[in-house]
Design a protein. Structure first.
Length: 482
């Protein structure tokens, strides 16, 4: 579930933020960022935001109290506010070295001039997260073209104690893909080849820099689909998806990447290449190490290739946009949908009325599919199957029963592909609308379904008029995360 706070005024103290920090971080001990083991130090440097998110409560509180807003320009000319908080209290590990001219020359010798980026405008983009909330100060962006080049980079950085941070499409909303300090950024955008595709098994082997939407387009022509779909699919990279164990919009149908990813190729912190690029659905030979890297966010190594099982494309797609009076109705509707729609249920998204207002007010061409009567919550429900008439009949019967039972107060069923697209634009447009609305704090949380909206309401109570709090996300996940 996404909980977003649009700040009306910036304050140095807020019980709402302290509440969130204390609830999330109370069970974690401070990490020792000065561990003597060189591999661990290098591994930690992969994803330095670990120190941002898993410090002690005291550090988190100090970080927020010390937060400041910096203004800066991006290449498009628009001026954004970049909120930098935790780097002001988390100290750079003194055991890490700093870049020098010899380092730059080495990287140029293996990557070539154009793939060793020091241009300020390009570095500004790479240093800044998508929400313009976190900004690092890296002076170097490397763009390797092969696993061997990634290996050479990491081997050298490990020998020199140079911290690095891997970066994919930089579409994450929690700052995990940008430096905290001056880490070397390694972006795999040039490693985007499709290695192989088996039309019989549906197994795709590709490089980690492949854009999710490009992979989806390739598979669409083959009669298959990717098992995950994200609003950021036009920019995010499959390596980043796997590294963060992205669930996406259709996890309720296809499950998590732990079930879809069959194999990985990974470069460890010292440059060693770990070949686990299997293409078998069943392999009982020894430890299944790939699961350590799925969701590890670059802390254990950089994923360079992925083998993934892709499901066949189904021809019958139906999408309904529904209004509900309260969150309890959304929960009950989900339970009934799983039981009555069964195998054809492929997505179940929810958003509150403040999320809807945000999209309507800040995005052009978006309209509410339902009459202007106020609904407290909205649900986007999707089914996919093989028989269009049967699926539509089944869905219509379910919606009729749900409306008679009071779970749905109003609803509309898309009649063509254009309406389907317009419904999805509402849900997928929320992050963009948030960007246009102002400064945003985002918390991407996994909670039991029945507890999800309690947190939103409690934060609204604690924050009062200092911020607008909205809630939306993948209700169909069971434990909703986004």
């Amino acid at each position: 579930m996404m909980i977003m706070m649009m700040m009306a005024t910036m304050r140095k103290k807020s019980p709402g933020f302290l509440f969130v920090y204390s609830r999330i971080f109370h069970s974690h001990q401070p990490l020792n960022l000065h561990h003597n083991n060189s591999l661990l130090r290098s591994g930690t440097s992969f994803c330095t935001p670990i120190s941002r998110y898993f410090g002690s409560i005291r550090e988190c509180r100090k970080a927020f109290q010390a937060s400041a807003i910096n203004h800066f320009k991006v290449p498009s000319g628009f001026r954004f506010r970049c909120i930098t908080s935790l780097s002001s209290v988390v100290q750079r590990n003194p055991s890490f070295s700093r870049l020098n001219s010899d380092d730059i020359e080495f990287f140029r010798s293996i990557l070539g001039e154009k793939n060793v980026v020091q241009d300020e405008d390009r570095l500004l983009d790479a240093n800044t997260d998508w929400l313009r909330k976190y900004r690092g100060s890296s002076k170097l962006l490397l763009q390797p073209r092969s696993t061997e080049e990634v290996s050479q980079i990491l081997k050298y950085c490990n020998s020199r104690d140079l911290p690095v941070v891997p970066q994919g499409g930089n579409t994450g909303l929690v700052g995990g893909s940008v430096p905290v300090f001056d880490e070397v950024i390694i972006n795999l955008r040039l490693m985007n080849d499709i290695v192989s595709f088996d039309k019989v098994s549906g197994i795709l082997v590709c490089e980690a820099g492949g854009i999710l939407e490009n992979l989806s387009s390739f598979l669409d022509n083959q009669g298959f689909i990717m098992p995950l779909d994200l609003g950021a699919k036009g920019s995010c990279q499959i390596g980043g998806n796997v590294s963060t164990n992205a669930g996406g919009l259709r996890l309720v149908r296809y499950g998590s990447l732990h079930g879809s990813v069959l194999g990985l190729e990974v470069v460890l912190a010292d440059g060693r290449v770990l070949d686990m690029l299997g293409t078998l659905r069943k392999d009982n030979t020894g430890y299944d190490l790939k699961h350590l890297f799925i969701g590890s966010e670059g802390t254990l190594g950089i994923i360079t290739k992925i083998s993934i099982l892709t499901p066949p494309k189904l021809p019958a797609i139906n999408v309904a946009f529904l209004g509900c009076k309260d969150y309890s109705s959304c929960q009950k509707l989900l339970v009934d949908a799983k039981r009555k729609l069964g195998e054809i249920l492929s997505a179940f998204e929810f958003l509150d009325n403040m999320s809807m207002d945000l999209v309507l007010n800040h995005l052009e061409g978006i309209r509410n599919p339902l009459p202007p009567t106020m609904h407290n919550f909205y649900v986007l429900l999707e089914t996919t199957g093989t028989d269009e008439s049967y699926d539509k009949e089944k869905l219509e019967a379910f919606l009729l029963r749900s409306m008679e039972g009071g779970l749905i107060s109003d609803g509309v069923l898309a009649q063509d592909i254009n309406q389907i697209s317009s419904f999805w634009q509402i849900r997928e447009g929320i992050p963009e609308a948030l960007m246009k609305a102002g400064a945003v704090y985002k918390y991407d949380l996994s909670l039991p379904v029945e507890k999800m909206y309690d947190l939103v309401e409690e934060m609204r109570t604690r924050l009062g008029n200092s911020a607008k709090v909205i809630g939306y996300g993948h209700l169909g996940d069971g434990f909703c995360t986004n």
